[in-house]
Design a protein around this ligand. Structure first.
Ligand code: AMP
Ligand code: GLY
Length: 430
């Protein structure tokens, strides 16, 4: 008999996780809360909000769920794990995702910076300022050379980082963050960080607090416009593997970043069982940590998870029950290319409710749904990032061609996507 499993979340990341979980021989029944029309095609969607801990607990008890996979950071930072484990009957629930203590790695950039310094994880130098020390902060900025990097301490839905070459603009932003609560309480503390000039990479680790497996790495495309122009988005595409990050570089990441991170958590008494997403800058072959996230990335998950050949449920259960020792992970050598299709206007204002056509069966590509909804017999747009299309190829070029070919048949009013996903990697020379 397999397990009853629940995935929390509704985006492309959760569609990809659930899609892989559903293929496991250990999966008896799969629930996704709240899920999307994509997950409804192979799992049972449950209309529960990810922060409604009480209703989630009841559902888990009523349906004999033994494994819970938390997709987004919000419920983790809000303490879903601590809450559920205190409920009678849920003491043994296996949860993939850290408790409130470990979730601070993402919930507070100041906490994670102190953690890195304490445990010798390479990162950018930074200073933290508050309302009380704003004058020092303004002066500190004036003493630095640009570009200036300002970071709200708390969760700000991916918008809390400001990078500018202009000192006056940096100072204006610092004032808005500290004095006018530009990001609410998240910007009560602001980090001013050294600018790291390099190529970015996302590395994913699944740990049980002691042991770990490293998942495939990925590169994410954050800006809305081609050649990385325009405002930041949740992510417009992802590629895995990243060829500049093979061999020596990944070994350095494991030795200098992954090992001290996991040892540091243990040393600090944090029982961390879940994913750690490490955002890195590769500076002339050396890794520097930009940030930790306590969950998988989106859209990186849509490129990373399909490359895993091992049974994901075995790994997740081992993670949550502290049994990862000796576990290995099989990964296909094929390249996965994910391109995100968004609503026109995103990340600013955009329409919802436009009918999507062309989602039917196809020999190329896997379509992961994100901002979609079922209305009558149609699937309509219901968010900024609407779909993530992933294809494999023997090399990057082939994977990209397959994804873009698949996307040709998919349409809705004002659909937009970047046509240059992966181009920088094709042109990159080591
Ligand atoms: P974060 O919200 O921490 O992921 O930051 C958003 C993006 O800002 C990152 O993905 C990087 O592209 C960029 N970034 C953050 N910190 C730095 C830094 N110290 N130097 C250069 N770029 C940075
Ligand atoms: N793709 C970046 C993130 O998930 O935060």
């Amino acid at each position: 008999m397999g397990s009853n499993i629940m995935v929390l979340g509704s985006g492309g990341r959760e569609h990809a996780l659930a899609w892989k979980i559903a293929q496991s021989k250990h999966c008896e029944s799969l629930f996704v809360a709240p899920g999307n029309p994509g997950t409804a095609s192979f799992a049972t969607n449950i209309a529960l909000a990810v922060n409604d801990f009480n209703a989630i607990a009841e559902f888990i008890l009523d349906n004999n769920i033994s494994l819970l996979v938390v997709g987004p950071e919000d419920p983790l930072v809000n303490g879903i794990k601590d809450y559920l484990l205190e409920i009678e009957g849920l003491e043994k629930l296996k949860i993939v995702g850290p408790g409130k203590d470990g979730a601070q790695l993402e919930g507070s950039k100041d906490f994670s910076k102190q953690f890195m310094l304490k445990h010798g994880v390479p990162t950018a130098f930074s200073e933290t300022f508050t309302k009380e020390t704003i004058e020092e902060g303004l002066k500190y900025l004036a003493e630095q050379n640009g570009p200036f990097v300002l970071k709200a301490d708390g969760l700000a839905a991916g918008k809390g980082v400001i990078i500018t070459d202009n000192l006056q603009e940096a100072q204006k932003n610092l004032k808005e963050m500290l004095l006018e609560s530009r990001f609410g309480a998240a910007s009560d503390r602001v980090l001013i960080e050294q600018y790291l000039d390099g190529i970015e990479l996302s590395v994913f680790v699944l740990t049980d607090g002691e042991n770990y497996v490293i998942l495939p790495e990925a590169k994410d495309y954050k800006r809305i416009g081609e050649q990385d122009s325009g405002p930041n988005t949740g992510g417009m595409g992802a590629i895995s593997p990243v060829h500049f990050a093979q061999g020596d570089f990944l070994k350095k990441v494991e030795k200098q970043v992954v090992k001290p991170t996991i040892a540091g958590l243990k040393k600090d008494g944090i029982d961390y069982r879940g994913f750690i997403f490490i955002g890195l800058m590769n500076i002339k072959g050396d890794p520097f940590v930009i940030e930790y996230n306590v969950r998988m990335g989106d859209p990186e998950t849509e490129a990373v998870i399909p490359r895993i050949e091992s049974d994901l449920v075995e790994l997740l259960e081992a993670c949550a029950s502290r049994n990862l020792a000796g576990k290995t992970i099989q990964i296909t050598k094929k390249t996965a290319a994910t391109v995100v299709m968004v609503a026109g206007g995103y990340p600013n204002e955009y329409e919802k409710g436009n009918v999507i056509s062309g989602l039917g069966e196809h020999d190329k590509g896997i379509i992961f749904q994100a901002g979609t909804k079922s209305v009558g017999g149609d699937i309509v747009t219901n968010g900024g990032r609407v779909l993530a299309v992933t294809s494999f190829g023997g090399n990057l070029q082939e994977a990209l061609k397959n994804s873009y070919d698949r996307m040709e048949g998919i349409q809705w009013k004002d659909v937009y996507f970047r046509k240059d996903i992966g181009q920088d990697l094709l042109n990159y020379k080591n």
